[in-house]
Design a protein around this ligand. Structure first.
Ligand SMILES: NC(=O)c1ccc[n+]([C@@H]2O[C@H](COP(=O)([O-])OP(=O)(O)OC[C@H]3O[C@@H](n4cnc5c(N)ncnc54)[C@H](O)[C@@H]3O)[C@@H](O)[C@H]2O)c1
Length: 314
């Protein structure tokens, strides 16, 4: 059955891939975005798609673009560079924006999907992190505007679920990469790809033994869709549990790009989590979901995008 779906943050990295996936399932999509950190080029290919509608609007103001049958709420700066530059906007979209998006779901009595984050776990004391873990977050730290906005949003989503019986879902997204990521967003994959393709040194913070897990965007979106169709109201982790040290990741990037770049070591930034890896047992049991694309394959699939993005800035 095809329905009209609203996606906040639909011109962003993940939002635009979600719009593509919903259109591929023959739904109609209303994409609402103020282009704060997203780009119209991410949805340019949908310009002539009659089932796609773009509304440029700031969702920290109340909004209503007509009846919809599902609300996906993704709008929020997401990369460390963006939420540092837009700290107040991040707190506003994670509070006022979440209320306004929930009001739409409440008004039309439809399901609501919220994109939360592994940052809710802060610098975790439990490893890997299960969705039942409450986290170890510094409420005034350099990432607090993002972490606390997402934790506040989760609380708001649960309050609408318990008080107004809105049918809600919460996904806790772990590090996702792929085409349409911003080159300068400060995250590991675009940083390394950009540096490798330009022949610059790859910057390693600390000794490079801290680990991260990386999920390819197509796997992440498949997880969203499965969760959206499920009946689970409590948070579900969607991410790739395979851990790589920064040194291993750099090695794979050099192999995929064929670059001769060297490594340059710099001090570890404050509040940088040492380790973060999802426990995806719940997604596996409940949704039959697990990631399929390895880091090396995902980087190969992203290579053309990063190459043209680097060329465009040359
Ligand atoms: N990419 C990841 O690895 C990752 C990890 C964890 C969580 N997430 C979450 O997924 C969502 C999407 O992340 P992304 O990586 O695609 O980031 P992104 O910055 O590419 O996309 C976010 C979009 O939200 C829009 N936006 C921000 N404030 C808005 C406002 N007030 N009104 C309307 N639109 C607004 C931006 O313009 C942008 O298009 C975010 O909620 C983020 O917190 C992403």
């Amino acid at each position: 059955m095809s329905v009209r779906v609203l996606v906040t943050g639909g011109a962003g990295f993940l939002g635009s891939h979600l719009c593509d996936a919903l259109l591929a399932e023959s739904h109609s999509v209303v994409c609402v975005d103020n282009l704060l950190t997203g780009r119209s080029s991410n949805i340019e290919h949908l310009r002539n798609e009659t089932r796609f509608e773009f509304q440029q609007a700031d969702i920290t103001q109340p909004f209503d673009f007509g009846a919809v049958e599902y609300v996906f709420h993704l709008a929020s700066p997401a990369s460390p560079v963006d939420y540092t530059n837009y700290s107040i906007e991040t707190l506003k979209v994670g509070s006022l924006g979440t209320f306004n998006a929930l009001e739409v779901a409440k008004k039309y009595r439809v399901r609501f999907f919220f994109s939360s984050t592994s940052e809710c776990y802060g610098d975790p004391l439990e490893h890997p992190q299960k969705a039942t873990y409450w986290g170890n977050v510094n409420p005034i730290g350099l990432r607090s505007m993002y972490d606390e906005s997402k934790r506040f949003s989760e609380a708001t989503v649960m309050a609408y679920h318990r008080t107004h019986k809105v049918d809600t879902r919460i996904v806790r997204i772990f590090n996702t990469y792929g085409p349409r990521m911003q080159l300068n967003d400060g995250r590991v994959v675009p940083n390394f790809m950009k540096q490798a393709l330009r022949g610059d040194d790859l910057t390693i913070y600390g000794d490079g033994r801290q680990t991260r897990s990386f999920c390819y965007v197509a796997d992440e979106i498949e997880g969203f869709l499965r969760l959206a169709k499920s009946d689970e109201h409590l948070p579900v982790n969607i991410g790739n549990p395979n851990e790589f040290t920064m040194l291993e990741c750099a090695e794979i990037v050099l192999r995929v790009t064929g670059s001769k770049s060297r490594l340059r070591f710099e001090p570890l930034p404050p509040d940088d989590p040492k380790q973060r890896r999802p426990d995806i047992t719940k997604a596996h049991t409940l949704l039959g979901w697990e990631p399929k694309v390895s880091l090396e394959e995902g980087l190969k699939l992203s290579l053309d995008y990063f190459r043209s993005a680097v060329e465009a800035t040359a």
